[in-house]
Design a protein around this ligand. Structure first.
Ligand code: HEC
Length: 256
């Protein structure tokens, strides 16, 4: 029964996710590349440095990431595990108590191991690039795809300060459709950087790309392996086809 309920919940998860995903905001597409090890490694670096202060990835072990991403265990221990109590074989957990965090942020920072499966990689990619300044919020920021979010914009030093110049209704639909009289093009997006951060817009997109690439890997660590095996299976089938076809010709050649 329990198993059945869990399966049912997992089947329904994508529905609840899109319902909560700030309906209407068009999501930016991310083209995941699990074969890009350098990107995945940079993503993991950002994740442990910038996200694991608050979030855990409690279903993933450091060691598994190290193996899959082609990083030696010693380097991971030295540079990516900050808590001296934790070992390479441990889950990627943190010390912050959930109840404390709920008090500080209004909501506890959820475990992110399966976040891209829950919300979709496009959503996470868009979310992390959709914070904007809003003085009415406790942390001075709001988010276009997650209205009234409890998370501060932890990457503001990289991205810079972002301002929104749309009405709430326009923001909820991803921008205004007004035509720029000078260029004749749609003016589009609502969010622009008003004070530059340490990265340019392209660099920041790249940072988030790598981060979400890593998070997507983490949500489905065996997908990397499946893709590799799947490719080999296709090659095998292609070769098998040649022989099967030759055999078929051989069998049928006298039938006509
Ligand atoms: C200072 C603490 C803090 C840090 C650091 C932080 N977050 Fe969060 N994050 C939160 C809190 C709190 C929430 C819950 C917000 C809510 O429900 O209103 C959250 C929510 C989220 C969500 C949405 C979860 C959901 O589906 O409801 C995502 C995705 C996320 N964080 C990703 C990240 C990533 C990626 C990083 C690293 C770049 C990061 N966070 C760093 C505090 C933090």
């Amino acid at each position: 029964m329990k198993k059945f309920l869990i399966t049912l919940l997992m089947a329904l998860a994508p529905m609840t996710a899109s319902a909560a995903g700030g309906a209407g905001v068009p999501l930016d597409k991310i083209d995941i590349d699990l074969n890009n090890q350098a990107s995945l490694q940079r993503g993991m670096q950002t994740f442990v440095n910038r996200c694991m202060g608050c979030h855990e990835a409690g279903y993933q072990r450091f060691e598994r990431s190290a193996q899959d991403l082609g990083m030696p265990n010693e380097l991971v221990e030295q540079y990516l595990i900050f808590d001296p109590e934790r070992k390479i074989g441990d889950h990627m957990k943190i010390a912050m108590a959930k109840t404390d965090a709920a008090g500080w942020f209004g909501a506890p920072p959820p475990d992110l191991t399966l976040e891209t499966r829950l919300r979709g990689s496009d959503w996470v990619y868009t979310y992390l690039r959709s914070f904007y300044a809003d003085e009415n919020r406790p942390w001075g920021v709001n988010n276009a795809v997650f209205p009234d979010v409890g998370m501060p914009n932890v990457l503001e030093d990289l991205q810079g300060k972002v301002v929104n110049h749309c009405s709430p209704a326009e923001l909820a639909h991803g921008g205004n459709d007004e035509i720029d009289p000078l260029t004749g093009k749609k003016m589009g997006g609502c969010l622009t950087v008003s004070e530059a951060g340490s990265q340019s817009a392209e660099e920041f997109d790249r940072t988030i790309y790598d981060l979400v690439n890593f998070m997507t890997y983490m949500g489905e660590p065996s997908r990397m392996e499946s893709e590799r095996i799947g490719f080999k299976v296709l090659i095998f089938l292609a070769i098998l086809f040649v022989f099967a076809f030759a055999l078929k010709k051989e069998y049928w050649k006298d039938v006509h």
